[in-house]
Ligand binder design. Structure first.
Ligand SMILES: O=C(CO)[C@H](O)[C@H](O)COP(=O)(O)O
Length: 275
């Protein structure tokens, strides 16, 4: 179990005019279809969570892990603003090609694990987060590098919109747990997972390219659609022992704090109970 330690209104933590404008836009925007309003709300939630996390956790002279996905974009933008406004000095370690490009586009200092093997903080999105702050990650296919970076940070902070805040994994996220596999092993690994744990492990196919999706590490991904929830620590450990599995998208006892942004512009901040 984890507890809500704080709920804040994002207006109080936003300092840039641009960010304030965006949140204001979302709060007064009430025309158009329900879907459009929902999308605005989701975007506002992601942004609020990202900005609050960067404000609360990043200090000058730190080495910061930069996650992948869409929510992290707002975090990187906020870092860039703080560099300009406050002279913040940070070295950013990417978790994917996307993160690397984001760092470079926002003119932040790019680091690498070979030079900076120890990080102060890593910030990243997630596909779903349960009551213990166990996360499913890898919807964007980057979980291996994300886990390496997060595991070497003193603090791993998750940012998400409030749809991803669930009691039990698999409540809203129906795409399964992404598992990165060595290409020649994908079939035996698929058979093993289905036999031992049940459910279906589906080879993720590429979009706008024929054949399987190839990760930044040159591997494939099996999306394991599990049919019952269980002891995630045990399942993750057992999965990691199957030859051919490189990494799973199960992040167990890694996230220390999660920031959930709501469409109303508030952010729920939860600390892991195991801390
Ligand atoms: O794990 C990830 C990529 O591998 C992402 O962090 C996760 O998919 C969440 O993405 P988004 O912020 O776009 O919802």
């Amino acid at each position: 179990m984890c507890c809500v330690i704080r709920r804040c209104f994002v207006g109080t933590v936003l300092r840039s005019a641009r960010a304030t404008q965006l949140v204001t836009f979302c709060s007064i925007h009430n025309v158009g279809s329900t879907n459009l309003r929902q999308m605005d709300g989701i975007e506002a939630g992601k942004k609020a969570a990202a900005i609050t996390a960067v404000n609360n956790h990043v200090k000058t002279n730190q080495v910061v892990g930069i996650g992948s996905g869409t929510t992290i974009i707002s975090a990187v933008q906020r870092l860039a603003e703080r560099v300009k406004e406050e002279g913040l000095k940070v070295i950013c370690i990417p978790t994917s090609y996307q993160a690397r490009q984001l760092i470079l586009e926002n003119k932040l200092t790019l680091g690498e694990l070979e030079i900076n093997p120890e990080l102060d903080v890593a910030i990243d999105g997630a596909d779903e987060i349960d009551a213990d702050l166990t996360c499913i990650k890898g919807g964007g296919g980057c979980q291996t590098q994300e886990k390496i970076v997060a595991a070497n940070a003193k603090e791993f902070i998750v940012i998400a919109d409030s749809r991803k805040d669930v009691q039990v994994l698999g409540t809203n996220w129906k795409n399964g747990i992404p598992i990165e596999v060595i290409p020649m092993a994908w079939r035996p690994v698929q058979v093993q997972i289905e036999k031992r744990f049940g459910g279906k492990a589906c080879l993720r196919m590429a979009q706008r390219k024929m054949g399987p999706l190839v990760t930044d590490n040159g591997n494939f991904i099996l999306d394991w659609k599990f049919d019952k929830t269980d002891d995630w620590w045990k399942i993750n450990t057992e999965l990691k022992l199957i030859p051919g599995i490189v990494e799973t998208g199960l992040f167990v006892k890694m996230a220390r704090v999660a920031y959930f942004g709501t469409p109303e512009g508030t952010v729920d901040i939860r600390k892991a109970s195991w801390l």
